[in-house]
Write a protein that binds this ligand. Structure first.
Ligand code: NAG
Ligand code: NAG
Length: 371
């Protein structure tokens, strides 16, 4: 049974008459990809959705007409690094962005699965997980993200310190790098959110003295064990994503809090309340708890690492995230899901409770085939 569904799916994509005559599907269920998957990123461009997620060994780009079914999506490995480089292993959380006319893939990676030698490990307070994780960028030239050839462009300067889950943040014509950071090279925890200025999509222009920490996991719900007031070990802010209210223009940085291998992982929210994203006082955290979190009644746990995209007709806002059905299985339990969300009166996002559906498909989505 392993190969048969794949053949059927491919055949349906090649037979375009079949695709043109797509049946009308009005609902979908989660997950939207029947595979283990984490850290999903989705972008809509020219009638297609493009997805990347953590595949560890390479960067795979998926393309689909449907936001809510990726099982027969086209797949293309756009990058597989040779061994022996600083970005050869643990390739995490790739994101595809369209910036100044080209396509950029920003991703996390490390050398040799980041096994720090004892002389490095002794420098950390607890131990040194991820001490060599850094951020990197690929460039694909041209207008078509599917046809583009992606080439290694640069490492992003994080001052030779821990950096994961980096993303681009755009404000007033300026470009920033925001990512999960330690405050010092051998802190290990907490993992905070940092921001630096960029002069282009592959160059950080802030020196370390200007790097800003804009969020620290200080609330009990950002810590692991969950709810503990005093604990830095395992306390994490990561997976930041820019979210803009299309009507009011209000800007948010939605991030993941807690630890990604257990049921309490959730989304937290920062609002940009000042003019300068490089001023920590410009950011206001929603301290009253997660804004998107586990739903035990429906068997959904550990929801986080979201990205945001609109329906095919551009009228609805959707969140794409990962979650677990079996929280005892840790990282291997994560699958990729999608749901519609709306906005509160005060302009903040109004996320739904996570679940499996069935839910209505996105507005303007036609058919049930990815081609
Ligand atoms: C497509 O659907 C229409 C209406 O349901 C039907 O008349 C037509 O024969 C179908 N075409 C194909 C190629 O299946
Ligand atoms: C690889 O990473 C190490 C440790 O961060 C650094 O010292 C070294 O310069 C890097 N190598 C290259 C080619 O960037």
């Amino acid at each position: 049974m392993g190969i048969l569904p794949f053949l059927l799916a491919s055949a349906s994509c090649i037979a375009s008459t079949f695709c043109q005559n797509n049946s009308v599907t009005t609902t979908f269920t989660n997950p939207i990809l029947d595979a283990v998957g984490a850290d999903p990123w989705v972008i809509r461009h020219d009638g297609y959705y493009y997805m990347t997620y953590t595949t560890n060994d390479d960067i795979t780009l998926l393309r689909s007409r449907l936001l809510t079914n990726w099982n027969d999506a086209e797949r293309r490995v756009i990058f597989k690094p040779p061994p022996g480089l600083n970005y050869s292993t643990d390739i995490w959380a790739p994101e595809l962005h369209h910036l100044s006319g080209n396509w950029y893939v920003i991703f996390t990676a490390d050398p040799r699965y980041d096994n720090p030698p004892p002389e490095v490990d002794m420098l950390c307070v607890f131990n040194c997980p991820a001490v060599h994780h850094r951020m990197f960028v690929l460039e694909g030239t041209g207008t078509d993200p599917w046809a583009a050839e992606y080439e290694y462009k640069a490492q992003l300067d994080t001052y030779d310190q821990f950096a994961i889950d980096g993303t681009y943040f755009q404000h007033d014509g300026n470009l920033y790098h925001t990512y999960s950071c330690w405050s010092e090279a051998y802190d290990a925890w907490p993992a905070n959110l940092c921001i630096t200025k960029m002069s282009n999509p592959w160059t950080v222009s802030s020196p370390l003295s200007e790097r800003q920490i804009i969020s620290v996991p200080t609330n009990p719900w950002e810590k692991t064990p969950y709810g503990r007031r005093v604990n830095h070990r395992l306390s994490t802010n990561e997976g930041p994503q820019q979210l803009t209210n299309p009507e009011t223009g209000q800007i948010f940085l939605i991030f993941s809090a807690g630890r990604s291998d257990n049921r309490n992982y959730c989304l937290g929210q920062l609002s940009l309340v000042g003019d300068d994203p490089m001023d920590p006082h410009s950011w206001k955290k929603h301290n009253d708890g997660c804004v998107f979190y586990q739903n035990a009644e429906e068997g959904v746990y550990g929801v986080g690492h979201a990205s945001f995209v609109q329906s095919p007709d551009g009228t609805e806002d959707w969140i794409v995230y990962h979650g677990m059905q079996d929280p005892a299985n840790g990282w291997a339990a994560r699958t990729i899901r999608a749901q519609r969300f709306s906005w509160n009166e005060d302009g903040t996002p109004n996320f739904p409770r996570p679940g499996y559906g069935p839910y209505h498909v996105p507005s303007g989505q036609v058919g049930d085939k990815s081609c």
